[in-house]
Design a protein around this ligand. Structure first.
Ligand SMILES: Cc1cc2nc3c(=O)[nH]c(=O)nc-3n(C[C@H](O)[C@H](O)[C@H](O)COP(=O)(O)O)c2cc1C
Length: 348
């Protein structure tokens, strides 16, 4: 990707070559690549409209969580899909020309992407593309060991290049402060009726044929054990099981190797799209080194808690996502809907 400072409109750096392929002929590939993005509860809240010369990315509010009233988590998810779309265009040998919110009359239309100048993919981009199928949210145990040397600064560079900041929680004191807030807030929110309804709607039992939602093999049974929290170096996870004993993921194992907070400068819809693009970029970079992350937004669903975490950790902006990184040798890719179901014209 370009290492230039992010802009709301990323202009191509020169005239595109004569024989630019039609985007419509690549629609299925580009949508499949974009749709591998992480999304809150695997809601996949995105739609696409593809013409000869542009791919349009739309939010799908039918898939917005009840607890996500402002649509922040929906737009972070869509931002992650936008990064995948850009990566797909890079793999075809072109720079992406991206305009965010191109039509002020349609706030559902998040981005219009077309071919910019011809430019071969970089090695880093190729590695990200190769990591796409095995990148996953890792809620289970990590393997023993530190992160590869230089990876964390590399992920921080990724965030900066996308208009966000990855603030690493370095000191044990700061970690404990964060863990205490997360434990208290998550425990309370696990009993919130709206949050519970969201989890019930978007969690799947073993053997389910659904191509959305969080599958039983991706979360543990029972309430997330307290002993995995603070002192063992894993933050308290969202309770996807809700006492149903349907989760099948083992949780016991070494702690996470690093904890970080994804932060943006402002807190607008555009910032949320930047956060999502930064998220997918750094997750793919990490996955290329077999480093995966567990993601946490449950504590950030209450505005007051976002402010509290920002203050306690002296963050340079509003927190958008908490992440814990570690090594793993297993991959647990979750299902995605087919490109045909993601058309802007497809019914809700
Ligand atoms: C905006 C956003 C919020 C998320 N919040 C959480 C969370 O609070 N807890 C969690 O376990 N996973 C969270 N995730 C991860 C999703 O559940 C995950 O991306 C989705 O189930 C698809 O699985 P995959 O990432 O393995 O492809 C979040 C992802 C996004 C993009």
């Amino acid at each position: 990707m370009s290492s230039k400072a992010p802009q709301d409109t990323v202009q191509a750096t020169g005239p595109a070559q004569e024989a630019v392929p039609s985007l419509a002929s690549q629609a299925s590939y580009l949508i499949t690549t974009a749709a591998r993005a992480p999304s809150v509860h695997n809601t996949q809240p995105w739609r696409f409209k593809v013409s000869e010369d542009a791919v349009e990315l739309y939010a799908d509010p039918c898939r917005k969580l009840r607890v996500d009233q402002s649509g922040r988590e929906m737009l972070i998810s869509c931002g992650a899909a936008l990064f995948g779309l850009r990566l797909g265009i890079r793999s075809l040998g072109y720079l992406p020309a991206v305009t965010l919110f191109p039509d002020p009359g349609s706030l559902r239309l998040l981005a219009r992407v077309s071919f910019g100048a011809a430019s071969p993919m970089t090695t880093a981009e190729r590695r990200m593309l190769e990591a796409l199928p095995h990148r996953h949210t890792h809620r289970g145990p990590f393997s023993e060991g530190a992160l590869p040397h230089g990876l964390l600064p590399g992920l921080q560079h990724d965030a900066l290049a996308e208009g966000a900041v990855l603030a690493v929680v370095e000191s044990p004191f700061a970690y404990q402060q964060l863990a205490d807030v997360v434990t208290a807030v998550s425990r309370r929110q696990d009993f919130d009726p709206l949050a519970r309804a969201d989890v019930r709607q978007w969690s799947r039992v073993s053997g389910s044929a659904s191509r959305d939602g969080v599958p039983a093999r991706a979360f543990p049974a029972g309430v997330f054990p307290e002993w995995i929290g603070g002192e063992r170096g894993r933050l308290r996870q969202r309770d996807f099981d809700q006492g149903r004993q349907i989760g099948t993921l083992p949780v016991e194992g070494p702690p996470a190797a690093a904890t970080a907070v994804l932060v943006t400068r402002g807190d607008s819809k555009i910032d949320w799209l930047h956060a999502g693009q930064a998220l997918q970029r750094l997750l793919l970079h990490a996955a290329g080194r077999w480093v995966f992350a567990c993601l946490y937004t449950q504590p950030l669903e209450a505005a007051a808690i976002r402010t509290l975490i920002r203050t306690r950790l002296a963050l340079p902006g509003p927190p958008q996502m908490l992440l814990q990184f570690g090594l793993a040798t297993t991959t647990q890719a979750t299902a995605r809907r087919q490109p045909g179901e993601l058309s802007e014209r497809h019914p809700c």
